[in-house]
Design a protein around this ligand. Structure first.
Ligand SMILES: Nc1ncnc2c1ncn2[C@@H]1O[C@H](COP(=O)(O)OP(=O)(O)OP(=O)(O)O)[C@@H](O)[C@H]1O
Ligand SMILES: [Mg+2]
Length: 377
């Protein structure tokens, strides 16, 4: 699959843009704050319906004078080997919810727009995934699973709502301890109903990812290191699925939850662990080893996504290429380039080898505009 054409209007610092990227390596080069990441963000949004950096969607609508106030438009033609071409159009408004059309048909539910474009994003925040807060690793699981499982998205959003309600109720119960707790039990059932399948999916995903990452990691380290990725559910799994264990875990913390006024168990407290030769990479691995873990993880994800989808996903590399050393860069290039469409942002071209530059399309990005460059090597 590849993005055949991308059009933007009033998106971030782009007042308008029309670009036809190649089905190969697309290099977005430019100084800081010119709009390179904004382009990656737009493609990512088409695939996932979310931004990987904005918490508030309205942030992406271009700042305009109060009289203008046009919505942001993101449109793309997606070529797919396994399906017909798809046209995706997203409108972002500052005050209303976004609207999405696929082939001209309005999609009211997010899940219905997904699956037309798949991406693997590798951005600066991923470089720290091994040692960052657990929330970064949960975010990673959410992003990956949302792309491959529509049910995961539905469960996650239902879980989030149920959790908010349950927390509100726990807070009330803390203030008024004699209130009937029957209502709380209803919310227990809700968080188990939506939370258990979230944990099942996370477990399944990590268990599939781990052997592939191990194989790649072995190759990257010349057979010196093994890599194991472990899902660490907050609720222990006795082997019969998460439902019964989640219910039991809630019972156990019942008193403590009422005392503290907040939900203490569930997938909102999950984590993931990376083990190099059996040791926790978070505390033992050097910076370089951690970077190799990330690279193995991302390459494994690419392969897994290709398996799920049946064709290579689009690869988005934002601000990571120049942070990798020659060896890791070389590995990345040889493993993904030539397989799928790739977008790479960078501030200088010298990180690329002559062969890559010759076959790539190079776009110079300058304050929300681009020019195609030819580099004679
Ligand atoms: N809603 C918006 N309206 C107008 N401009 C915006 C909006 N949001 C962000 N910008 C601006 O868009 C510019 C491009 O941001 P972007 O993050 O894409 O830059 P970049 O080229 O990736 O830079 P860097 O090399 O630093 O990563 C920035 O100057 C930013 O301030
Ligand atoms: Mg950037």
């Amino acid at each position: 699959m590849f993005v055949k054409r991308l059009q933007l209007s009033q998106f971030r610092n782009y007042s308008s843009l029309d670009i036809e990227p190649i089905d190969g390596v697309n290099i977005l080069v430019g100084e800081n704050a010119q709009g390179k990441s904004a382009l990656i963000e737009a493609i990512y949004l088409l695939a996932t319906s979310r931004s990987f950096r904005a918490s508030d969607e309205s942030e992406m609508v271009r700042h305009q004078s109060p009289e203008e106030k046009l919505p942001a438009l993101i449109s793309a033609e997606i070529y797919r080997v396994k399906q017909n071409e798809a046209q995706i159009d997203i409108n972002l408004h500052e005050t209303e919810k976004k609207s999405v059309r696929v082939n001209g048909v309005k999609k009211t539910r997010i899940v219905d727009m997904l699956g037309n474009l798949n991406v693997v994003l590798f951005c600066a925040i991923d470089l720290g995934i091994v040692s960052a807060d657990p929330s970064v690793r949960r975010r990673y699981l959410n992003i990956e699973l949302s792309q491959i499982s529509p049910k995961y998205i539905i469960d996650s959003s239902s879980y989030k709502k149920a959790l908010e309600q349950r927390n509100r109720l726990l807070k009330e119960l803390r203030e008024r301890p004699h209130t009937d707790i029957g209502v709380l039990e209803a919310w227990d059932a809700q968080i188990v109903q939506f939370g258990a399948p979230i944990m099942e999916k996370r477990k399944f995903f990590v268990e599939n990812l781990s052997p592939i990452a191990n194989e790649i990691h072995g190759e990257l380290t010349g057979g010196k290191e093994s890599l194991e990725i472990r899902y660490q559910p907050n609720v222990s799994n006795g082997g019969n699925g998460f439902q019964a264990d989640f219910e039991a875990a809630i019972q156990k913390v019942r008193y403590e939850e009422r005392r503290r006024g907040v939900t203490l168990v569930g997938p909102q407290r999950d984590d993931m662990q990376f083990l190099i030769n059996g040791l926790d990479a978070r505390s033992f691995a050097s910076q370089g080893q951690q970077r190799t873990v990330v690279l193995s993880l991302k390459l494994a994800e690419f392969r897994l996504m290709e398996e799920y989808v049946g064709e290579p996903p689009v690869i988005l590399l934002d601000d990571v290429f120049s942070d990798l050393d020659d060896y890791r860069r070389g590995q990345l290039i040889s493993r993904v380039f030539g397989k799928g469409q790739t977008f790479i942002t960078c501030t200088e071209l010298h990180a690329f080898g002559d062969k890559t530059l010759e076959s790539a399309a190079i776009y110079r990005i300058r304050s929300g505009t681009y020019t195609r460059e030819n580099v004679s090597v």
